[in-house]
Ligand binder design. Structure first.
Ligand code: SF4
Length: 232
C-alpha cells in the first residue's frame, strides 16, 4: 500500500534530480506551486535573505523561528523587524517544553556548558520536529560552504529524520553571492554580523569570529560540537 509519506518521498526524489541545478528562484517557485500553504521556511534570524527570496515566489507563508529562550536581543530585534517589513509572513515561534528557568531548576544551571547536545535536543530539535509534523515540506538556508558536513547538500531532498521534503534553495551560493544579494537588495541583517558574529545561534554558544576564520568557529567554541542536530 502506498502511503502519503511514500508519495512525498517519491516526489522529493524526482524533484531532487529535476531541480539539481535550479536557481533559488526556480526552487522556491516549485515549492510554492507544489505545496501551496503546506510548507514552512526556517530562519535563525541572522538575515532575511532566504525570506526575501521566498516572498518573491509567494508573499504569504509560515516562518519557523526556534525561540530557544537564549537568543541575543539583536536576533529577537531582527525577527520583529522581519515581521514588520514582510506583512504576509506568519512567524511561528517554536518553543521548548520548558522555559530556561524550568530547565535550570530540573537539570541544574547552564546545561549548555555541561551537555550542549542535550540542551540543543530539548530547546531546538524537539520543537523543530513538533512544528515540522504539520507540513509536507520545509525550506532552509543551508549552504554547502557552511561546513564540510554540508558540502553535498542538494537543492531538494527527502528529510528522512523528520519525514517531509526539504528544500535548500541557496545551497550552491558562495559567501560572495550571499553578501552581494544583501548589499544589492538592502536585506535586513542581524546587527551582530557587523560586530563580527558571523554565525549566530543562542547567545551562550555564539562567539565573535576572528578575521578570516571559519564563520562557524564561533559556534560552541571550545566544545566538541559543530551542529545543533537540525540538519543532519
Ligand atoms: Fe542550548 Fe546552546 Fe544549543 Fe542553544 S545552542 S539550545 S543554548 S546548547
Amino acid at each position: 500500500m502506498t502511503t502519503a509519506t511514500d508519495e512525498l518521498k517519491d516526489l522529493a526524489e524526482r524533484a531532487s534530480a529535476e531541480l539539481a541545478d535550479a536557481s533559488a528562484a526556480e526552487a522556491l517557485a516549485w515549492t510554492a506551486e507544489t505545496f501551496g500553504d503546506n510548507y514552512i521556511v526556517a530562519s535563525n534570524m541572522q538575515d532575511a535573505v532566504l525570506l526575501d527570496l521566498a516572498v518573491k515566489a509567494k508573499p504569504n507563508f509560515d516562518v519557523l523561528f526556534l525561540e530557544t529562550g537564549y537568543h541575543f536581543p539583536e536576533t529577537i530585534g531582527l525577527r520583529d523587524a522581519v515581521a514588520a517589513t514582510y506583512s504576509g509572513l506568519n512567524i511561528i515561534n517554536a518553543k521548548p517544553d520548558k522555559t530556561v528557568a524550568e530547565q535550570d531548576a530540573e537539570e541544574g544551571p547552564n546545561l549548555f556548558e555541561r551537555d550542549p547536545n542535550r540542551c540543543c535536543a530539548m530547546r531546538k530539535v524537539v520543537p523543530l520536529r513538533r512544528t515540522l509534523a504539520n507540513y509536507d515540506a520545509w525550506v532552509t538556508g543551508v549552504r554547502r560552504v557552511d561546513a564540510p558536513t554540508r558540502a553535498g547538500t542538494p537543492i531538494v531532498q527527502w528529510d528522512d529524520r523528520n519525514g517531509l521534503v526539504k528544500i535548500n534553495p541557496i545551497a550552491p551560493w558562495t559567501d560572495e553571492e550571499f553578501r552581494a544579494y544583501i548589499d544589492e537588495h538592502g536585506i535586513l541583517e542581524n546587527l551582530l554580523v557587523a560586530e563580527g558574529y558571523l554565525s549566530i545561534g543562542c547567545a551562550p554558544c555564539t562567539a565573535k569570529v576572528e578575521l578570516g576564520a571559519d564563520p562557524r568557529s564561533g559556534r560552541w567554541a571550545g566544545q566538541n560540537k559543530i551542529e545543533c542536530g537540525l540538519h543532519g
